[in-house]
Write a protein that binds this ligand. Structure first.
Ligand SMILES: Nc1ncnc2c1ncn2[C@@H]1O[C@H](COP(=O)(O)OP(=O)(O)OP(=O)(O)O)[C@@H](O)[C@H]1O
Length: 595
């Protein structure tokens, strides 16, 4: 550039140009930065997309692997299935071939079965005729068996009746034996585990054999005793009374009856006669109770029998006495400690004139009086059992019956009552069961206040005190005296039976009050039943053998024919003078006896 030329313009232009170029560049930079930012953004987006794609590819890879594994397992399963299928196919083939065989075999079997059926059919046909024959024979045999069983039962009953009649004719004492169940107190000092076991004191050694036999079996003993009836441990009060009941019918036919429970202490005498209770707890009931014993049942039967007779012709009186330490005590008296004497009549009839006898109309009345007596009865606890009776209890029911009309004042002279061929009055036989050959006795024939002839018969119900070994009962002092008296009176009873069985001239009735009071029942004309009570345990074996022996001995006594309480000679009854005597003793020969 020439000197002196203004260069500022140039520079200005130059600056402008540079500024313009700078502006262009700045714009260019700006747009490039924008573009760069856009590119960064795009890059970030692409990176994000890449990341997403990577993630997806991982997932796809994993899915692929899963699928590969699945395919592999499917392939494996398919292989297994194929193998199984092959096996099934093979099986199918064998089944098919077997199935092909089945109809063949079935046919063969059917043919075989047919032939068997055919054979059996033939056999059946041949046997059916013999089967019907057999059935006929079986039916016939069943009929015969039934018939034989029936005849056997009838024979047994007839034998029993004949036996009873024979016993009656001979005047035998009937003996029934009751074996009681094993009780807790039978254990004594024994431990629980050995209760009832072999060798233990409580081992059962008295066994029921059948209705008529009982046996004692131990290492030392094997003895069988026979009685009219044996009751096992399960026998109920009702079952026992069923056997006793028929005897009571004779009471209204004019026979005295005595039922006596005998046995060692704790053997079940009170249970049998009254039922199980403590004396002071006895509670009479108006209704029959399944547990009640012979006394309430006998009273019930007596009232049943009298209810069948003409109203007002029978009255019943009750007395309750005990024999304690050989003294007779009236348990219905205000002062039971008063001792009473026995009166022996000219005809050897026994009575207690000073004791109270109360008239009763119902069983309840009877049992209330018995309960009154029981509250006073002596009992105490012994080692054997808690409520041991220390006295003999005698409950007497006296039946006062109006004698049949031909004994009355109007008909006595020149008695025209029809008689049977043996001289018996037909009106008498209507009262029932006079056994052939029975004899009549007049000692209880008397008159009532209206001057009518009456007959007194008595039912004595005796709960004896228990025989016992002093050592076993563990008693001392006063109780020892009681035990000694009990044992003495019971052995006197055995002596009396011994003397009667051996027909000795002297029978020691008067050795004790017990034997004296029971004299006309044991040795006289009463029908006597002894209920032997036996405990089954080994610990009482001595006492049980003694009781069973006592029963066996009693059965041997033959007292002669039982007698009926009726006047022997109506003509001799002085009915015109009733004041003379209330108890008319007649000594002449009986008009209707079989003699
Ligand atoms: N057949 C029986 N069934 C069930 N329990 C019975 C039987 N016999 C007796 N017992 C029970 O045995 C116990 C003794 O019986 P029980 O009092 O009758 O004897 P006992 O012979 O009268 O005795 P004791 O002479 O000492 O008075 C009572 O608890 C009674 O309940």
């Amino acid at each position: 550039m020439p000197l002196g030329i203004d260069r500022s313009h140039f520079y200005e232009e130059k600056v402008k140009h540079i500024e313009k170029s700078n502006r262009v560049k700045d714009e260019r930079i700006g747009s490039l930065e924008t573009e760069n930012a856009m590119l960064y953004l795009k890059l970030a987006q692409l990176r994000g997309a890449l990341q997403h794609t990577r993630q997806e590819s991982i997932e796809i890879h994993e899915q692929f692997e899963d699928e590969s594994r699945f395919r592999k397992s499917v392939a494996e399963s398919a292989f297994k299935f194929k193998q199984e299928l092959d096996n099934i196919k093979k099986d199918m083939q064998s089944v098919q071939s077997a199935a092909k065989e089945i109809p063949k075999q079935f046919n063969e079997q059917v043919q075989h079965a047919n032939s068997v059926v055919q054979r059996h059919k033939m056999a059946f046909q041949s046997q059916s005729s013999s089967l019907s024959e057999l059935q006929e024979r079986l039916a016939h045999m069943e009929l015969t068996l039934h018939d034989v069983t029936d005849r056997h039962a009838k024979e047994k009953k007839r034998r029993q009746e004949l036996h009873n009649t024979l016993m009656e004719l001979r005047g035998n004492i009937r003996v029934h034996c009751r074996v009681r169940p094993l009780m807790d107190f039978d254990r004594g000092q024994e431990d629980m585990s050995s209760f009832g076991r072999q060798g233990a004191k409580s081992e059962v050694v008295v066994h029921f054999v059948d209705d008529e036999n009982v046996c004692v079996r131990t290492t030392k003993h094997n003895k069988v005793f026979e009685y009219e009836r044996v009751y096992d441990m399960t026998e109920t009060q009702n079952g026992l009374f069923d056997e006793v009941q028929p005897m009571l019918t004779s009471l209204l036919d004019g026979y005295n009856i005595c039922i006596m429970a005998y046995g060692q202490t704790g053997s079940g005498k009170t249970h049998t006669m009254l039922g199980s209770h403590k004396n002071e707890d006895y509670c009479p009931t108006r209704e029959p109770h399944p547990d009640e014993g012979v006394i309430p049942r006998a009273a019930r039967e007596l009232f049943r029998l009298t209810s069948e007779k003409q109203k007002g012709t029978h009255t019943v009186e009750v007395s309750v006495v005990e024999i304690y330490n050989n003294d007779i005590r009236d348990l219905l008296s205000h002062d039971p400690n008063i001792k009473h004497d026995i009166n022996t009549g000219q005809d050897n009839s026994i009575s207690l004139p000073t004791i109270i006898s109360k008239q009763v109309d119902t069983v309840y009345d009877v049992m209330c009086l018995v309960q009154h007596g029981l509250c006073t009865r002596r009992e105490s606890a012994t080692l054997v059992h808690e409520h041991s009776s220390r006295s003999h209890l005698v409950v007497t029911l006296t039946v006062i019956s109006q004698a049949p009309s031909f004994f009355s004042k109007n008909s006595v002279p020149g008695d025209t009552t029809p008689r049977d061929s043996k001289g018996r009055s037909s009106s008498l036989s209507s009262s029932g069961s006079m056994p052939s050959g029975s004899m009549w006795q007049s000692n209880d024939f008397s008159t009532n206040s209206a001057g009518q002839a009456v007959i007194k018969t008595k039912l004595q119900l005796v709960d004896l005190a228990g025989s016992e070994c002093v050592g076993m009962s563990g008693v001392k002092g006063q109780a020892l005296r009681e035990t000694a008296n009990i044992n003495k009176s019971l052995s006197a009873l055995a002596d009396v039976l011994g003397a009667l069985a051996e027909h000795r001239a002297h029978v020691p009735y008067r050795n004790t009050r017990l034997t004296h009071l029971l004299q006309d029942s044991i040795g006289g004309d009463a029908k006597l039943l002894i209920l032997l009570c036996v405990a089954p345990a080994q610990r009482y074996i001595t006492e049980s053998l003694q009781s069973l022996g006592f029963g066996a001995r009693a059965r041997q006594v033959q007292r002669g024919q039982t007698k009926r309480r009726l006047p022997s000679s109506a003509e001799k009854v002085s009915l015109d003078t009733p004041k003379n005597s209330r108890s008319i003793s007649v000594t002449g020969p009986p008009p209707f006896s079989q003699r």
